[in-house]
Design a binder for this molecule. Structure first.
Ligand code: SF4
Length: 444
């Protein structure tokens, strides 16, 4: 493996590697950025290999995320001291000064500039001082002149929206990513067609608050209907979507659609009305429950996931228990648990009743264990049934993994290469790795 300087001396193409922290939207953006470097003639190499340039797409959703970003930047600088290091994204937007204090960082780009990172670097030559750019974040519709580069992935993320206007009191995202804005309808179609031409059979719609999508009178359901007409695209999956932004028509459409996966991830955040109000969430527990029941009734095999926060300021034992009970009662297949993290500049920082870290940890543990149990229960419901699975690459243990439309993760052991194929399977049992054992019964 050539070092950066040896690679330059050999006159070989520059190598670029990428690391993504945080959400699915960041993953979508990194793949678009990586494609731009590819188009500029760079060889894209896996993170951790010798490289001439490393782009780190960061997250700032919690204090831990910030710390992880800094740790990663240091790791890259240690591993590839001659490589050009660009740090972009949410933490670059909010914590540029802290990042600039790390010796060796060359470029820091905030939210508005990050998608153009390839244009900022002519030759990946280290700079004496970091160049910092944090332009004002626009709130107008946008286009992206790229197509996601997902070399090893079956599913591809498709960015449809960015930013958020909801201003939940704990959340830094409206500051880090700006106000809600939507991608031009025709530009979504253009990238989707290109992703399908590259062999992707499933697209995951990504954004910060995708239910608020609006472009020239078109809403998210119009985006889905348009994508359904693309030949060769077999599955469309909605990533996280806010509870108050899902029209009933979308639920009915999911119930009937052949291509839209039966899967909703709807952040609940808390199971007590008082806390939801302090969080400035836009629904009550009753409204959330009614909506979830409607979804479950219309789509009996739907996979329902959620996000939940523990340790919000003032959260009492009783309020936590209300959340735990609600999560246990509702037909969730899984949930992601986030301990409250103080984000400078958000209203929640000034709220009374800080919950101590030990309590937060204990509450997180209780909910994570509950989530594991719910997932097992959900998976068990389908044992003995047949399903169509889109398989991904073989894992280290020689097992092919993949997902059903309703997000049951299965694994099959077979000589045949199942990568990126729809395969009819029978769901047999739960394997030692916790995945559902699948028995191949046909190729769909
Ligand atoms: S809906 Fe609330 S939690 Fe989600 S990004 Fe917007 S402000 Fe943050």
């Amino acid at each position: 493996m050539l070092t950066t300087n040896e690679n330059r001396a050999a006159g070989r193409p520059y190598r670029a590697s990428f690391y993504t922290l945080g959400c699915r939207l960041n993953q979508a953006e990194t793949s678009l950025i990586s494609n731009n470097f590819k188009n500029k003639g760079y060889e894209v190499v896996d993170y951790g290999q010798a490289t001439d340039l490393c782009v780190i797409n960061t997250c700032t959703v919690t204090e831990q995320a910030d710390a992880k970003c800094r740790q990663l930047v240091r790791q890259v600088l240690k591993r590839s001291p001659e490589a050009f290091v660009a740090v972009v994204g949410c933490y670059a937007q909010m914590g540029a000064e802290e990042l600039a204090g790390i010796e060796g960082v060359d470029l820091i780009l905030g939210t508005e500039d990050k998608m153009q990172v390839a244009d900022f670097i002519d030759v990946p030559q280290k700079l004496p001082e970091p160049l910092i750019r944090r332009s004002k974040i626009k709130n107008t519709p946008f286009t992206i002149s790229s197509v996601g580069n997902y070399e090893h992935a079956t599913r591809a993320n498709l960015k449809v929206q960015d930013g958020c206007d909801f201003m939940c009191t704990f959340c830094i995202i409206p500051f880090a990513r700006g106000r809600a804005r939507s991608r031009a309808f025709w530009d979504i179609q253009r990238e989707a067609v290109q992703l399908v031409e590259r062999g992707h059979k499933e697209l995951v719609l990504s954004g910060v608050n995708i239910g608020t999508y609006e472009h020239e009178g078109k809403a998210l359901l119009d985006v889905i209907r348009m994508l359904e007409t693309i030949e060769g695209l077999d599955r469309i999956r909605i990533s996280s979507i806010e509870p108050t932004t899902i029209p009933e028509a979308l639920v009915h459409h999911m119930a009937e659609s052949e291509k839209l996966c039966n899967h909703f991830h709807i952040p609940l955040q808390h199971g007590h009305d008082g806390v939801l109000m302090k969080m400035r969430r836009l629904y009550s527990v009753k409204e959330y429950v009614q909506f979830l029941e409607l979804v479950n009734e219309l789509i009996p095999d739907v996979c329902l996931g959620t996000d939940v926060m523990v340790g919000f300021p003032g959260e009492s034992d009783l309020e936590f228990e209300a959340t735990r009970q609600l999560l246990a009662d509702l037909p969730f297949a899984y949930f992601h648990v986030f301990p409250f993290s103080e984000r400078f500049g958000t209203p929640a920082v000034k709220m009374a009743g800080k919950v101590n870290p030990k309590t937060k940890k204990a509450r997180s543990r209780v909910l994570r264990q509950l989530s594991q149990r719910k997932k097992l229960e959900f998976n068990r419901r389908f044992l003995g049934q047949r399903a169509s699975v889109l398989f991904e690459e073989r894992n280290e243990a020689g097992r092919h993994q993949g997902f059903t439309g309703n997000y049951v993760k299965v694994a099959a052991t077979t000589e045949r290469d199942l990568t990126n194929q729809f395969v009819d399977v029978e769901l047999r049992g739960i394997g030692e790795d916790g995945l559902v054992d699948a028995w191949v019964v046909g190729f769909g």
